[in-house]
Design a binder for this molecule. Structure first.
Ligand SMILES: C[S@@+](CC[C@H](N)C(=O)[O-])C[C@H]1O[C@@H](n2cnc3c(N)ncnc32)[C@H](O)[C@@H]1O
Length: 208
């Protein structure tokens, strides 16, 4: 986990010894259960770290969570389980309709001794009522559609995190404005130029 430790140190993200150990366990479980549960496609350990773990951490750099987190279409727990490991004191809700993936999330929660993890084995359309400090997803919906889906779940002062390309920025900012959200933070991921992948955090006003 040296790569992760360096990455977090360079970007001002928390990563204590316990988190690094849990990330190691999580990567081990992803690799162990991948084939049987069809979680992430064929990948080796280094690819899982470079393409999945670090990508999930970029999301948090745009908006460091300070309260409950919602991850929609989390699959095997990306980025939500990574965020739960790093921000272990914060409650998280993971929404994933595929039963095997939800079962995997329960196994990870149990084996890593995590608490305050709510696993909702359903579609986001069936979830209602709660609002969150950070509402996030990765590879779930096209970015503009994701802003619309996420908006009802954002607490006052909370944010939607949207992973998109740099070239999407103007269109995303316009749509966010129509939803009463403003761009409050960004973090650069992989790629270059217009193809650069960016995590955008769009914040809701503190008072309605
Ligand atoms: C491409 S996968 C991405 C998984 C994970 N976020 C990642 O980055 O590896 C999309 C996930 O969204 C889930 N999904 C599809 N429709 C959904 C819905 N309506 N509500 C919540 N999750 C949904 C799928 O079951 C799948 O696990």
């Amino acid at each position: 986990m040296n790569d992760v430790e360096r990455f977090c140190a360079a970007r001002g993200l928390p990563a204590d010894a316990r988190s690094l150990e849990r990330l190691e366990q999580y990567v081990g479980l992803l690799l162990q259960f991948n084939e049987a549960m069809n979680l992430i496609g064929p990948m080796n350990r280094q690819e899982v770290i470079d393409e999945l773990i670090l990508d999930s951490l970029v999301a948090a750099e745009a908006r460091q969570p300070a309260g409950p987190i919602l991850d929609v279409g989390t699959g095997a727990g990306l980025p939500g389980m990574v965020l739960k490991i790093v921000y272990s004191d914060l409650p998280i809700t993971l929404v994933e309709p595929r039963r095997k993936r939800a079962t995997f999330l329960k196994i990870v929660t149990h084996r890593l001794g995590l608490s305050d993890v709510s696993i909702r084995n359903e579609r986001i359309e069936e979830v209602e009522g709660d609002v969150f400090d950070v509402v996030i997803s990765k590879a779930f919906q096209p970015p503009l559609q994701w802003l619309e889906t996420a908006r009802p779940f954002v607490a006052p002062g909370g944010a939607v995190v949207c992973m998109a390309r740099e070239r999407d920025r103007p269109e995303l900012s316009d749509r966010a404005a129509t939803l009463g959200l403003r761009l409050a933070g960004t973090a650069a991921g992989a790629g270059e130029g217009d193809e650069l992948r960016v995590s955008f955090a769009f914040e809701a006003p503190r008072q309605a």
